[in-house]
Design a protein around this ligand. Structure first.
Ligand code: NAD
Length: 468
């Protein structure tokens, strides 16, 4: 981070604005902002005949609701400050979108590219054992999920490690979310964060008076979008927005630079190219720009940073040209940049709302694991039968055949994926509407409003429990 503040301080600085608006007394403000506990573990693993020592963290920011929830990140940028900042964001995120969890986050200092699959499994299982034994991983108290550098594979190893230690825990599958579907995962979790970004933008564009403040017009169709990071979040957000909303992804920024195509990039083909070549360079039909950071400043309608924190900072905020930023990554805009961008009238849809899709669907997955049944399993065929009865009854009464396209819509029982996406859509819409209402109540920006929404709920919970 190029600014003077650490990531943790940057988050706190932005939360302070909301605390001041609500006139929260100092003690309560400290209670809300403080990280409840932080665990540091160092553990040795024998790799290729040599002993290597790894360091990992798990921060629990809040326990006003249990379990505390948050991803595990594998990267060489991971440190305690970052994990604490991300855990704090999880507290606010869950409160904003009405997910009844506390906030947590974990990280392991590692470059996953340096290790084989077998080595990653040994390291992950060892890390999971440390977290479990120290009381930082269980279905009831602390439930990890994927984040940067981790995915379904790591979650499956963590689940299996927990299951072996606690086979008598009937809810063992709920100890982690983002698992493969055949190991208790849920349909739609892989793309949930990206889909949530899409739903957040759709909801924003349902409010023309808000869209007008950015200087943009109309809906998402045809909007020029720049995406940074074509990983789990960025890929699915870009793919879905292009395929289902008709946006043009005019540039994608990755580690090795950016590719630009004003006509719109083919996102699945680019992802394929990225996974085969390890970079975006050489993608057919697109202009390659080695200075990826400069492409953040490109003229476009919507900028979606979906890679890492601190990429829009005091040094480049004055040059950002997008009138709308949808923060798909955690903390992509620093507190200092936030001030500059607000002064310039740039609208920011904040991270704690925009990327909440992952934790929303994780919540559904956790519920599915506790109920030990797939959503929709009992009612799907019943709903289809009832639809058929309705169609038959209408046809008999009107003596006219039902149009085929309407018949297939009525005679349809929702799949688990339909229900997951419906719940995700509803949560994102409601989240934005709560933020919008507060932004009008206090005449403030969306980020501050989002933190006000969160702080009110967290504070209410502390007061109800009689902490003060
Ligand atoms: P990921 O590891 O799947 O993808 C990150 C991508 O960013 C990779 O393609 C990587 O090559 C790229 N990248 C890394 N450094 C870059 C750089 N300097 N410039 C451009 N690209 C770079 O991670 P992810 O899960 O997609 O997470 C991305 C962000 O979204 C993180 O901030 C994470 O905390 C946040 N997030 C993730 C989830 C989730 O469900 N995975 C949920 C909420 C928030």
């Amino acid at each position: 981070m190029r600014d003077n503040l650490s990531f943790r301080d940057s988050v706190d600085r932005m939360v302070d604005r909301a605390l001041a608006l609500l006139e929260v007394e100092d003690g309560m403000a400290q209670a809300i902002k403080a990280c409840n506990t932080v665990l540091t573990v160092t553990f040795p693993v024998r790799i290729r005949g040599r002993i290597e020592v790894f360091t990992g963290w798990r921060a629990t920011h809040s326990i006003h609701r249990l379990p505390s929830k948050g991803g595990i990140r594998y990267a060489t940028t991971v440190n305690q400050d970052e994990v604490e900042a991300l855990a704090a964001l999880m507290t606010y995120k869950c409160a904003i979108v009405n997910v009844p969890f506390g906030g947590s986050k974990g990280g392991l200092y590692i470059d996953p590219a340096k290790y084989s699959r077998e080595e990653m499994e040994i390291i992950t299982r060892r890390f999971a054992r440390e977290l479990i034994r120290k009381g930082f991983l269980s279905p009831a108290t602390n439930v990890p999920a994927p984040d940067m550098g981790t995915g379904q594979r790591e979650m499956a190893w963590i689940l299996d490690t927990y299951k072996h230690l606690y086979p008598e825990d009937i809810n063992y599958a709920a100890c982690v979310t983002g698992k493969p579907v055949n190991h208790g995962g849920i349909q739609g979790r892989v793309e949930a964060t990206g889909r949530g970004v899409q739903y957040a933008l759709r909801e924003f564009f349902r409010h023309p008076e808000e869209v007008a403040k950015t200087g943009l017009e109309g809906g998402l169709e045809g909007k020029r979008v720049v995406v940074q990071g074509l990983g789990n979040v960025g890929y699915h957000a870009a793919r879905l927005l292009a395929a289902e909303d008709g946006v043009r992804i005019v540039a994608v920024i990755e580690r090795d630079g950016a590719v630009i195509d004003p006509a719109g990039l083919d996102i699945p083909a680019l992802r394929q190219h990225l996974s085969e070549r390890g970079g975006v360079k050489g993608f057919p039909g697109a202009r390659y720009e080695p200075d990826g950071a400069a492409v953040l400043e490109m003229d476009c309608d919507i900028l979606i940073p979906a890679a890492l924190e601190g990429v829009i900072h005091a040094g480049n905020a004055a040059r950002i040209r997008a009138p709308l930023i949808a923060e798909a990554a955690n903390g992509p805009v620093t507190a200092e940049a936030d001030v500059i961008l607000r002064e310039r009238g740039i609208t920011m849809l904040p991270d704690a709302f925009v990327n909440a899709g992952g934790v929303i669907v994780s919540y559904f997955e956790w519920i599915r694991n506790l109920s030990h049944i797939r959503f929709g399993r009992m009612e799907r065929r019943f709903d289809e039968l009832r639809g058929r009865h309705i169609v038959d009854a209408i046809e008999r009464m009107t003596e006219a055949p039902f149009p085929d396209h309407l018949r297939s819509e009525l005679v349809y029982g929702a799949t688990e994926l339909d229900l997951v996406n419906s719940g995700l859509d509803d949560s994102m819409r409601q989240g934005f509407q709560e933020i919008l209402e507060v932004s009008r109540e206090f005449d403030t920006d969306y980020r501050t409003a989002a933190f006000v929404v969160a702080i009110r709920k967290v504070m209410r919970s502390y007061l109800d429990m009689g902490v003060y």
